[in-house]
Write a protein that binds this ligand. Sequence first.
Ligand SMILES: C[C@](O)(CO)[C@H](O)COP(=O)(O)OP(=O)(O)OC[C@H]1O[C@@H](n2ccc(N)nc2=O)[C@H](O)[C@@H]1O
Ligand SMILES: Nc1ncnc2c1ncn2[C@@H]1O[C@H](COP(=O)(O)OP(=O)(O)OP(=O)(O)O)[C@@H](O)[C@H]1O
Length: 307
Amino acid sequence: MRTEQGRVRVRVPAKVNVQLAVGAARPDGFHDLANVFLAVGLHDEITVTPADELRITCAGPDAGQVPLDRTNLAARAALALAERHGIDPRVHLHIDKDIPVAGGMAGGSADGAGALLACDALWSLGSTREELLALCAELGSDVPFSLIGGAALGTGRGELLTPLDVGGDFHWVFAVADAGLSTPTVFREFDRLAAHTDVPPPAADPALLDALRTGDATALAATLGNDLQPAALALRPALSATLAAGTAAGALAALVSGSGPTTAFLAKTADDAERVARTLLASGTCRTARAATSPAAGATVVERTAP
Ligand SMILES: C[C@](O)(CO)[C@H](O)COP(=O)(O)OP(=O)(O)OC[C@H]1O[C@@H](n2ccc(N)nc2=O)[C@H](O)[C@@H]1O
Ligand SMILES: Nc1ncnc2c1ncn2[C@@H]1O[C@H](COP(=O)(O)OP(=O)(O)OP(=O)(O)O)[C@@H](O)[C@H]1O
């Protein structure tokens, strides 16, 4: 057993899916995707310290919705890494949670990727990026992207990543709903709505990739798309009013973020985003509205105290 002391703190971004093309259900229950991820500047922080046993705590406005047992993705990440290296995972994982819970912004995935990187540093394992990405993929489809951040095309179930160039900053507003939506439930609703139709193989839109590459917000707004949006709206019809309120407030475009229920609004400038956020908040159609810029860096060690 290793006995290093010290503390490691890691910062991990949320994501928005600027394109989420969903194929038919696969035999394993997952769906093939063309998933264009963009990391946004809303972050969770994971701090890991040695402890007598594996322990998880969480702080932040949504902390009450986060499981503090071994189902927490941060705990699952620490356990998976420890098992791989024959280490006793006696650590305290503390999550400072700012990413909405069950909001379609990969909050749990961020904590999984963050815990992996933090434990790897605490235990001085020196895992390669490829080794960490393989473990991330075992933890969940969104977890590898949380590790790398920036922008990437995810294929397969979203775990096979090709990094993408982004030519400038994009300004967003995220409207957070009162209660979360379960990702499997939204995919099931997608299947129900798609029953008896031919679901085409998912493909990334070249015009959207161009808009990212050139940093052109107006062009990106014209190409945003989420195949899960009809399913999220069917499960949560009130989201239509949020989308309409953001569009009326001057957003270039509005869409559901991933599996929802967070809605995302693209604005032309940071000032426009602040204005849209204020109007959305005043509209009474969401619990809170947050402005954030993309792209953001992936999981990053921001503090490491010596053993
Ligand atoms: C909706 C997205 O957030 C878009 O980025 C992701 O596709 C979801 O990724 P995630 O939350 O990491 O999902 P996972 O933990 O891998 O899977 C949870 C459940 O979502 C469904 N799921 C997920 C990913 C995928 N490509 N197809 C699916 O059908 C499956 O029912 C799966 O059991
Ligand atoms: N560290 C964690 N933070 C938040 N939720 C977690 C965590 N670990 C496990 N969970 C569980 O996962 C569920 C989904 O939470 P999460 O915030 O990851 O959803 P999400 O952002 O919609 O995910 P995604 O966008 O990747 O589909 C929660 O309801 C909770 O029960």
